[in-house]
Design a protein around this ligand. Structure first.
Ligand SMILES: C[S@@+](CC[C@H](N)C(=O)[O-])C[C@H]1O[C@@H](n2cnc3c(N)ncnc32)[C@H](O)[C@@H]1O
Length: 253
C-alpha cells in the first residue's frame, strides 16, 4: 500500500483522516488555512488549520449527536459549573451551556476558538447567548482551567476528544483534581483498536506531513479501564453512533 499522498489518492486520504479523528464529516481535500505561529504542538496546528472546514461541514449522524446531547443534559443542572475540553468550534457548548450556571469551553487550537467566539458574538447580538458561557484557548493543564474559587467543577466534558490526547493518564488525573467530590466526567471517544493495523501506519505517515493529528487506538475495554483506574466509577455507557463512538458517564470516586 502506498502511504504517500499522491494527487490521485488525496480525496481518499482526506476522508480517511477525517474518519480517524471521527470528525463525522466528509471533507474534500483543499488547502487548509496557514499555520499559526503561536501554536507549538503539531496537533494543535493541525486542528487550527482544519477549523473552518470543520465548522462548515454538517454533522454526519444527527440522531447520534442528539442522543449525546440528551444523555449529557440528563446529568447537568442549572447550578452546575462545567468545563468542556476539546470543544472545537463550540456548537455543543452553545447548546449545553443554556442549562448550567457557568460553562468554560476550551480547546488548544486557537483556530477552533476563533470560530466559537464568532458564534458567541452572533448569539449575543441576537440576545440568544447562554449567560455563563466562556471560550478559552487552553488545555486542561493551563491556568485558565483552574476554577476561580477553587471549588472545583461539577462536570468535565470531552466529546470526540480522549483518543486525540497524548497523555490521557495525566489528563484524567488533572480532571480528577479539578472536579468537586462526586463530580462527573462525561466523554465520547472514538475507539479504533480494530482498525489500528490500517490507520496506525497511515496516521504515522500523514502526521509527518502535518495531515493528521495524534491519535490513540482504544478498545472499549481499555478506555473504560483507563477511566476507572483514574479514580472514576462508570455510571453509564452507550455507543452512538455505532460501532466505535463510546459514550461514558463516570463519577469521581
Ligand atoms: C474531533 S474534534 C471534536 C470537537 C468537538 N468536541 C466535537 O465533538 O465536535 C477534537 C477537538 O479536540 C481538540 N483537542 C485535541 N487534543 C486536545 C488537547 N490535548 N487539549 C485540548 N484540545 C484538544 C482539537 O483541537 C479539536 O478541536
Amino acid at each position: 500500500m502506498c502511504l504517500r499522498p499522491s494527487r490521485e489518492n488525496r480525496p481518499d486520504l482526506a476522508r480517511l483522516t477525517v474518519a480517524i479523528a471521527n470528525i463525522e464529516l466528509d471533507l474534500k481535500m483543499s488547502p487548509m488555512t496557514p499555520d499559526r505561529a503561536d501554536e507549538r504542538s503539531s496537533s494543535a496546528r493541525f486542528w487550527s488549520k482544519l477549523a473552518r472546514k470543520y465548522s462548515a461541514s454538517p454533522i454526519k449522524d444527527q440522531t447520534a449527536y442528539e442522543t449525546t446531547l440528551a444523555r449529557t443534559s440528563a446529568y447537568l443542572r442549572p447550578d452546575h459549573s462545567v468545563l468542556e475540553l476539546g470543544c472545537g468550534t463550540g456548537s455543543t457548548a452553545m447548546i449545553l451551556a443554556g442549562n448550567t450556571h457557568s460553562y468554560l469551553a476550551t480547546d488548544f487550537a486557537a483556530g477552533m476558538i476563533d470560530i466559537a467566539e464568532e458564534k458567541l458574538a452572533v448569539a449575543e447580538a441576537e440576545g440568544a447567548a447562554p449567560d455563563g458561557l466562556r471560550f478559552a484557548v487552553a488545555d486542561i493543564f493551563s491556568a485558565q482551567t483552574d476554577t476561580p474559587d477553587g471549588g472545583g467543577y461539577d462536570a468535565i466534558l470531552g466529546f470526540n476528544f480522549l483518543h486525540l490526547v497524548e497523555t490521557p493518564e495525566a489528563l484524567l488525573a488533572r480532571a480528577h483534581g479539578l472536579l468537586k467530590p462526586g463530580g462527573l466526567l462525561i466523554t465520547k471517544t472514538v475507539c479504533l483498536k480494530d482498525r489500528a493495523w490500517l490507520f496506525g501506519p497511515l496516521i504515522k505517515a500523514l502526521k509527518l506531513v502535518g495531515k493528521a493529528p495524534f491519535v490513540k487506538f482504544y478498545s472499549f475495554q481499555t478506555l473504560e479501564r483507563l477511566i476507572s483506574d483514574a479514580g472514576f466509577e462508570i455510571l453509564e455507557t452507550g455507543t452512538f453512533p455505532e460501532p466505535r463512538s463510546r459514550f461514558i458517564v463516570a463519577r469521581m470516586r
